[in-house]
Design a protein around this ligand. Sequence first.
Ligand code: NDP
Length: 315
Amino acid sequence: MATPSTAAPDSDQVFTLETMGQIAAAPKPYAVLGYPVTHSLSPSFQRAAFGALQIPAQYHRIETPAEKLPAVVAAMKAQQFGGWNCTLPLKIDMLGLVDEATETARILGAVNTVLNDNGRLIGFNTDGEGWVAAIREEFGVDVHDLRIMILGAGGAGRALATQAALEKCQRLVLVNRTTSRAQELAAQLAPVIHSDKLLGAHARIEAIPWDEEIIGRELADIDLLVNATSSGLKSYDLPLLPARVLSPSLLVYDTIYKPHRTKLLLNAEQAGARVANGLSMLLHQGAAAFSLWTGRPAPLTAMRTALLQAASSSL
Ligand code: NDP
């Protein structure tokens, strides 16, 4: 009888439900699921992390359309994967497929990391804590100490706003093109961020309309501006905000990392602000996932080097 062919542990092949049977049982398999998933940078730095700590493991890409997610998860359980990451559009569905989920994942309604604990699937969401670590690394400040404005109330905006509220940041202003989504999120997070601390005339959390004049006025009382919208990914996207509403005292973080500098970041630099892109968030959400799988501190230097290399060759 012919034995099924197995893929090399560091294969750059993109697997599917139909081909993932080729992934060998050893060394321990891990994966990132997405649709599309071909350009995911996760394999570069997760493989570097396993390598740096000499943990025998393999990490693959599995292309997973949403309707095939239950079958892919069942196959990964059967093949005893140690865990996996998932990207868009699977994070919400993944929550319904795990046996238990952390409070953060439940509040967010989304799972980006799964640990397979001997057949019991535990769901986590490391996007928020990855962002907190990224802000600390990029700007040397804690989210807790900042007055923050977040642009966007989709999946990423929700994750960051929820984390900022859990961290009890000093002030949180939410802005979204569809204002009602920002208003709903602000109402949901008000009890989370609430404290008795009085901050003058300002509400601790509020949603404001996407209006340049209103945003400009609010930015006078903001330390950190974050773009969590998908606007800026495409070369034809207009700058989200003009340089004239930005100031040198602002820290500006864009969750987008490709392009390396969005038009928002270019305008912020022109205004004299300190800026950083989303690569550090990608790194730290992955580092948190690695620690959950292995119980070991993530080897950040090796991961960062591999990520920067992969990102520069994909730009
Ligand atoms: P969603 O599709 O869930 O949300 C998209 C958001 O962008 C919505 O708030 C939407 O507003 C807003 N938006 C879209 N187009 C425009 C526009 N032209 N002007 C203003 N707002 C706009 O996407 P995600 O939240 O999942 O992803 C958002 C971004 O976050 C992506 O760019 C992604 O690359 C980045 N990201 C980065 C990560 C990292 O590790 N660095 C991790 C996860 C995400 P509306 O509600 O009005 O439609």
